[in-house]
Design a protein around this ligand. Structure first.
Ligand code: FAD
Length: 430
């Protein structure tokens, strides 16, 4: 029987081990499993994710699988865009009525009479113009996407947006006249564990794996080499030998570990692949603020964060009575203006939140920040070519890449589980 080593212990790794149904070994550098799906408990015992993680999926089988893992609250989306001092329902184009009269006219008329409509888009910005028109693009889509990706949208490719359907004309007309319309229906309802944050999903998936994998926590993988047909994996504590490797490690880290060093073209490709890191700041506030909303997105470039989420929305176990728990997200890459010491960042977040008048400074009780290096894959115009160069090389040396940063795709946990299942089913037959 093949001896399979799984590098990294996030949701992809656990799902792969579960669907394979054979003994595996999982090596994880952190003290707990879950990777980006981990949650952290605060002093009140409330669990915080790495950016609020919600469960939704276009794949019903996977959605049913995830929701069967733990008792879940089913919630109806109530997200807002904070634009020009107003709360506009998300998606922006489905609530033009909430805009000022001049913005409303601009957004509606440039959508209905859109000179870009028949051009075939070549990048994300073209796509926004041709699908939504100039007003919706300039008022929200372009500044928001530039802010979260920290990248010019005309240099981002279409992989992330090409599946977004063109909104029906009647919906946008209705939205401008104040009739209720909804967009992005696959995310209209979502699930969230009743207790314990997203980590609950990780923990119950781990418990379901049969046979139990050998799990090695607190072991950082430092090198990977070959001895005849065996992979030799060296960690900070030990050395392992495997017939087959599945790697969920960020490919930027994995490539550095491989000995002998990969060919130049692979090193060149990896150097060009871009990703964003993220600061996640949690704030505890006295009183109930921001109404019955979950996520508020902010495109204004003068405000440092792109999203504020209210954890109270997720259920009674995500706040203490009389308080609001907010989570703020700031993306950055090395040496950008947002790549600053935590105390400076928190001062800036507080001052921007006060500027927006989301709550009064005297009501802030606590603020804490955690920073994560690998958060968002950037689909720049060369992403596909460079990623394929790296992945083809890994496959050529018999390493199966898996997961969000393991395959360098912008995937959520549902897709990570789906891909893990596919790989496990393929490898069962090998
Ligand atoms: C801000 C944010 C919000 C998100 N929101 C959602 C959401 O709402 N819904 C949703 O479904 N998904 C969401 N996601 C995506 C979701 O987190 C990922 O798709 C999923 O966690 C990817 O899991 P993975 O196992 O592929 O990778 P990871 O979780 O990155 O796992 C990789 C593992 O490898 C380990 N590792 C790295 N280097 C080493 C080493 N040298 N040695 C040993 N171990 C190592 C890491 O510690 C980690 O545990 C969000 C992600 C972010 C960043």
């Amino acid at each position: 029987m093949k001896n399979i080593g799984i590098l990294g212990g996030g949701i992809s790794s656990l799902a792969y081990s579960y669907f394979l149904g054979k003994k595996t070994t999982i090596i994880e550098k952190e003290s707990s499993l879950g990777g980006l799906c981990r949650s952290f408990d605060d002093n009140d015992g409330v669990s915080w994710d790495i950016g609020p993680h919600i469960t939704f999926s276009k794949n019903k089988e996977i959605l049913d699988f995830i929701t069967s893992l733990a008792p879940m609250n089913k919630l109806k989306r109530s997200n807002r865009v904070f634009h020009d001092g107003r709360f506009v329902k998300y998606p922006f184009e489905n609530d033009l009525f909430a805009l000022s009269n001049s913005d409303k006219r601009y957004a509606l008329n440039s959508f209905l009479e859109n000179p870009y409509e028949n051009y075939k888009p070549k990048n994300m910005l073209d796509f926004f113009y041709s699908t939504f028109g100039e007003g919706i693009t300039r008022l929200f889509l372009e500044p928001y996407n530039r802010k979260i990706w920290k990248y010019e949208t005309s240099f981002l490719d279409l992989q992330m947006v090409e599946r977004i359907p063109k909104p029906p004309k009647q919906d946008i007309i209705d939205s401008a006249s104040g009739k209720e319309t909804e967009g992005y229906l696959h995310q209209l309802f979502f699930h969230y564990p009743e207790v314990g944050g997203f980590q609950t999903i990780v923990d119950s998936l781990e418990k379901k794996i049969n046979p139990k994998p050998d799990i090695h926590l607190n072991e950082e993988i430092v090198s990977i080499s070959k001895n005849k047909n065996k992979h030799i994996v060296e960690t900070t504590l030990s050395q392992y030998e495997f017939d087959k490797l599945v790697s969920t490690l960020p490919i930027h880290e994995l490539i550095k570990m491989i000995k002998p060093s990969p060919p130049k073209e692979v090193l060149n490709a990896i150097a060009k692949l871009k990703y964003n890191s993220i600061h996640i700041t949690s704030l505890k506030i006295k009183g109930d603020v921001l109404g019955d909303n979950f996520a508020i997105t902010i495109a204004d470039p003068k405000i440092i964060f792109h999203r504020v989420s209210k954890l109270n929305f997720l259920g009674k176990n995500y706040y203490k009575d009389g308080f609001t728990n907010l989570m703020v997200e700031v993306t950055f890459r090395k040496d950008m203006p947002e790549d600053i010491p935590i105390d400076e960042l928190e001062d800036r977040i507080k001052s921007d939140l006060f500027k927006l008048k989301f709550f009064s400074p005297k009501d802030l009780v606590e603020i804490n920040t955690r920073t994560f290096k690998y958060a968002y894959v950037i689909y720049d115009l060369d992403h596909r070519r460079n990623t394929d160069t790296v992945l083809n090389y890994l496959k050529s040396i018999n390493i199966e890449p898996l997961g969000r940063f393991g395959t360098f795709e912008y995937i959520n946990s549902d897709k990570a589980i789906e891909l893990a299942k596919e790989l496990a089913e393929k490898m069962k037959t090998e």
